[in-house]
Design a protein around this ligand. Structure first.
Ligand SMILES: [Zn+2]
Length: 203
């Protein structure tokens, strides 16, 4: 990578090239564009980034992002279905298909495939059980990926729900390729996986 001889610029290029989908070349183009548009881009970007850094937090109830001073939609909206996903990108993908209008629960990861339960609290599984009880949720749709970790997590969540609630628990149909992440599914596959979701029965 050629250097610009200006430390600030090189630092910025290094940071921007760490963003998804960007390499050093595109990072350099972005930085040049920024520098050319100090007032129109750098200034508002600096302010907006500072606001996001200061005010955007993870909701401790549903795992979604929220504005620090506002109530999350999970505590203000009425809903009787919750769809459990691994991350926000998966939620965006499901939202874009328009097939589902209920609430979401964002785990922020999966359980390791071995019996490790330390990560249970950061995945907000206890909070999911509370949400189901408090809102008399009729159905929890497990939309974790078809990887071993995704399956382990789905199984663990379904057990916790069955032990503590009477809600119906379903899982996306097996059209999801093994190891396939929801985020990378095409709309058609996701649509049919959702439509043909299967009931998880107690074993
Ligand atoms: Zn929330």
């Amino acid at each position: 990578m050629t250097s610009s001889n200006v430390k600030e610029i090189d630092d910025l290029i290094k940071i921007i090239s760490r963003l998804p989908g960007l390499g050093p070349k595109s990072a350099k183009r972005i930085v040049l564009k920024l520098i050319k548009s100090r007032e129109e881009l750098i200034k508002p970007l600096t302010n907006t980034l500072a606001q996001v850094y200061k005010n955007v937090v993870r909701c401790k109830i549903c795992g979604n992002l929220k504005s620090m001073n506002l109530n999350c939609s999970c505590s203000s909206k009425k809903y009787d279905q919750i769809c459990v996903v691994e991350n926000i990108a998966d939620m965006f993908t499901i939202q874009s298909t328009g097939i589902y209008n209920g609430s979401y629960h964002i785990l922020g990861g999966v359980l390791p495939s071995f019996e490790g339960k330390n990560s249970e609290s950061s995945l907000l599984i206890g909070s999911l059980v509370d949400r189901v009880k408090k809102n008399s949720i009729k159905e929890v749709i497990l939309a974790t990926s078809a990887s071993i970790e995704g399956e382990t997590t789905a199984h663990y969540i379904s057990d916790s729900l069955k032990k503590n609630t009477k809600t119906k628990v379903t899982r996306l149909a097996k059209g999801v390729p093994v190891g396939g992440e929801i985020e990378h599914l095409d709309d058609g596959t996701l649509f049919s996986a959702f439509k043909n979701r299967t009931l998880i029965v107690n074993d």
